[in-house]
Write a protein that binds this ligand. Structure first.
Ligand SMILES: O=C(CO)[C@H](O)[C@H](O)COP(=O)(O)O
Length: 232
């Protein structure tokens, strides 16, 4: 898929998800290029249809984009529940386990997902895979980086500290932490791996989302339109 086709697929998925937002909803706003299209379209619908939407951002990126789009933004502690969250993913398996955190926002994304009644995952077709195989982002308290790396190697992973692109040194998350991208090859038991990663002292959250399949709908953008994926 060319970069242009890929962006168009993301736009189609993001826009389709935004159409599911209804007047009066509290909506979780995901992070990443696909979720940004949904934010943009929700903003347009607020202008065009005069619907009232409260947005709960998952990152500074989504908070800033939501403000630009004219969406009222409230932080997660300001609401008791979220009607619908629209977010992207780095990989989606056949059972709707996810790898997230390509934008280093997976801790807040998981908090928002947890508080949500329904989750729309928006992606292009390259994100869909029978099994999870992509590196797992792990948010780590900087003080604990070396020890966490040792635990991850003992679990069979190969951790790499994520480097910033336009700054020297590591990526710093919105929570002030580092991210280790951890290659495990094919992940046969994602829930068990998530539990072991999350139990390491100094790990804030790993990017394996394994407990939300029941409330997830996956929308895949394609040139002919948007396809809803069936969970197996
Ligand atoms: O998990 C995420 C951010 O932490 C993103 O949702 C994920 O990386 C997908 O991003 P994109 O829509 O740009 O491909």
């Amino acid at each position: 898929m060319s970069k242009q086709h890929n962006l168009e697929a993301k736009r189609i998925a993001g826009y389709a998800a935004a159409e599911q937002v209804q007047d009066g909803m509290v909506v979780g706003l995901g992070t990443g290029s696909t979720a940004q299209y949904a934010i943009q379209r929700v903003g347009e619908r607020i202008q065009e249809e005069r619907i009232a939407v409260t947005g709960i951002p998952t990152s500074y990126q989504s908070a800033l984009r939501a403000r630009e789009a004219g969406i009222l933004v409230v932080d997660l502690p300001g609401v008791s529940s979220i009607d619908l969250t629209i977010d992207g993913a780095d990989q989606i398996d056949a059972r709707f386990n996810l790898i997230k955190g390509g934008g280093a926002a997976h801790t807040r994304e998981k908090c928002v997902a947890d508080a949500s009644e329904r989750i729309l995952i928006v992606a292009d077709a390259t994100k869909v895979s029978e099994c999870l195989t992509a590196p797992v982002p792990v948010e780590v308290v900087p003080y604990a980086t070396v020890g966490v790396g040792r635990h991850i190697r003992a679990l069979g992973g190969e951790p790499v500290i994520r480097e910033a692109v336009r700054k020297d040194g590591p990526v710093i998350t919105d929570n002030g932490n580092f991210v280790l991208d951890c290659a495990f090859g094919t992940i046969n038991e994602p829930a068990a791996l998530a539990a072991r990663l999350n139990a390491i002292p100094g790990v804030l959250t790993c990017g394996l989302f394994t407990e939300y399949a029941e409330k997830i709908t996956v929308l895949i953008g394609e040139s002919e339109g948007c396809r809803t994926l069936t969970r197996r």
